[in-house]
Ligand binder design. Structure first.
Ligand SMILES: [Fe+2]
Ligand SMILES: [Fe+2]
Length: 188
């Protein structure tokens, strides 16, 4: 574990905030270099947070026996799958295309971008955990319905872990990369 590990990080490390100080978050939307593609990319982040919140809230309500189990299982399959598939696609694009482009534009932030790549690796473990616990719940609903609720605490544990991860990762990622995009007039 390093000082930049997502489990101990409190925000974007000071030494990576050189451009954020020049381009504070409040000023992004009105900046002439704030391209539609940047807005769409941030919109994807909002969608990930929303889907993760649906999975967590549904599971809490299911634990409180407020939802029909079949309805819950259907939504868990749908939203869990959407979250995992979309996040994998998003991270692959960032690692292969987006971050290399930013590293080339401004070499001062290479270790920050490597920190974000390491976050993606950590996320893979969490996503696998959600897939496994969700699949066990869904399978038990078919095979041994009365045992299915025993999986719910683990589904909730994974879903809230993903929420906490997203809160830290997405905020730090935006704080690091949007100022680079604005400064170098990229993705316009
Ligand atoms: Fe990311
Ligand atoms: Fe992202």
């Amino acid at each position: 574990m390093t000082q930049y590990d997502i489990t101990v990080r409190q925000g974007l490390p000071e030494e990576m905030q050189t451009l954020l100080r020049e381009y504070p978050r409040d000023a992004w939307p009105d900046h002439p270099n704030f391209a539609a593609s940047i807005e769409r990319w941030m919109g994807a982040h909002t969608m990930f947070r929303q889907i993760a919140a649906i999975v967590a809230t549904d599971t809490e309500e299911m634990l409180d026996k407020q939802l029909d189990p079949d309805w819950y299982a259907m939504r868990l399959g749908h939203f869990g799958n959407a979250l995992v598939r979309n996040l994998h696609g998003h991270h692959t694009w960032e690692d292969r295309k987006f971050f290399p482009e930013l590293m080339e534009a401004d070499e001062r932030f290479t270790n920050g971008l490597e920190m974000l790549e390491a976050d993606h690796d950590a996320m893979d473990g969490l996503l696998d955990g959600l897939v496994q616990s969700s699949n066990r719940f869904i399978k038990l609903m078919d095979l041994s319905r009365q045992d299915a609720p025993s999986e719910l605490p683990e589904v909730l544990n994974q879903a809230t872990g993903i929420q906490a991860f997203l809160d830290r990762h997405l905020t730090d990622e935006e704080d690091l990369t949007v100022p680079i995009l604005l400064h170098h007039k990229l993705r316009g």
